[in-house]
Design a protein around this ligand. Sequence first.
Ligand code: SF4
Length: 172
Amino acid sequence: MSRTKNTRTGPAIEADPRIPFPHSPTPTVCKATPALFAHDLGDSTPEASDRMHQAKTACRACPIAADCLKWALANPTLTREGIWAATTARERTTLRRRLVERLGKDWVGVVADHDRRLHERREAARHSPLPVAEARIVHLDREANGPTPTPRRPLTPGQQQRNPARLLTGVA
Ligand code: SF4
């Protein structure tokens, strides 16, 4: 079952196309074990709490957590329940309210525009050759540190902490 489609209630609801669901270089834990992420706010049993913590821990190590959070916040109808990007439904409601306060009612449009401009800048940088001095620095960096690793590595604890803050400032 895809977690990006509403398969629980009535007809399928389309996701907001302005913020596409991120591609993961490796299968995500929520896709492999969706039951672990089916968190019900009314269930306060120790088992439910344990599942929630396991799901949140898995999200914190997920390489697409920042973009997953952005998608989950942009699609409240599709993410009314469950754990998404280490957040509960209640936590996402709080984050959405703060985004509206910071970026306005059309915060999704603001973030999508920012993402588009960032993508365009990266593409432009990819297609324009580096000046000799910069190319030399890149070469020395690769010699010293090796090539840039792919696929993306799990996020460090520091990166995990920064993700919600980066989103809220519109600097994804
Ligand atoms: S952050 Fe969590 S909910 Fe989002 S794709 Fe990764 S494992 Fe799934």
